[in-house]
Design a protein around this ligand. Structure first.
Ligand SMILES: Nc1ncnc2c1ncn2[C@@H]1O[C@H](COP(=O)(O)OP(=O)(O)OP(=O)(O)O)[C@@H](O)[C@H]1O
Ligand SMILES: [Mg+2]
Length: 146
């Protein structure tokens, strides 16, 4: 299913994170896409705080992977933009990460084949000056976002 939600204010993005956080646990994957400044990192910071993470969350763009262990579950935040091959991803230990914690993946294309069936995909964007997110999930999660 696919649903578009307006994010008129930062609080709307925080509310979305608040709604999604309790749905997540070990094995959960959330993919993020969207242009520069569309709110991906802002969303992860909010999500982290609802998961009890006390460390400062910032962008993994230059390091591929950041992990946080102060919350109720490990949180892995990856940016796959600069990876070229699926093997590199497997070498990073992505399958173990997915199993043991909550995994957030930016630029997820390279991971497409190994993502769990119930991955939640969030596509952030702008329409004029208004922000929105498109939530894509497998059909069985549909009622969660109605
Ligand atoms: N409704 C909103 N939701 C999220 N962020 C918002 C909103 N309104 C304003 N902002 C601001 O927009 C900025 C979003 O930046 P953020 O770093 O989260 O984008 P990003 O998608 O991670 O960009 P990049 O691709 O450069 O990493 C933040 O400074 C935030 O304060
Ligand atoms: Mg970012």
């Amino acid at each position: 299913m696919s649903k578009k939600i307006d994010l008129k204010t930062e609080q709307d993005t925080i509310d979305l994170a608040h709604y999604i956080a309790p749905l997540l646990g070990p094995g959960s994957v959330v993919t993020l896409s969207g242009d520069l400044g569309s709110g991906k990192t802002f969303f992860v910071k909010a999500l982290g705080s609802f998961l009890g993470i006390t460390e400062e969350i910032d962008s993994p763009s230059f390091v591929l992977l950041k992990e946080y262990h102060s919350g109720i579950y490990p949180l892995y935040h990856m940016d796959l933009y600069r990876l070229k091959r699926e093997e590199e991803l497997l070498d990073l230990g992505i399958l173990d990460m997915i199993e043991s914690g909550i995994t957030i993946i930016e630029w997820p294309r390279l991971a497409q084949e190994i993502l769990p069936y119930e991955t939640i995909s969030l596509e952030f964007g702008f329409e004029g000056s208004n922000r929105y997110v498109r939530v894509n999930t497998e059909e069985s999660l549909k009622e969660l976002f109605e």
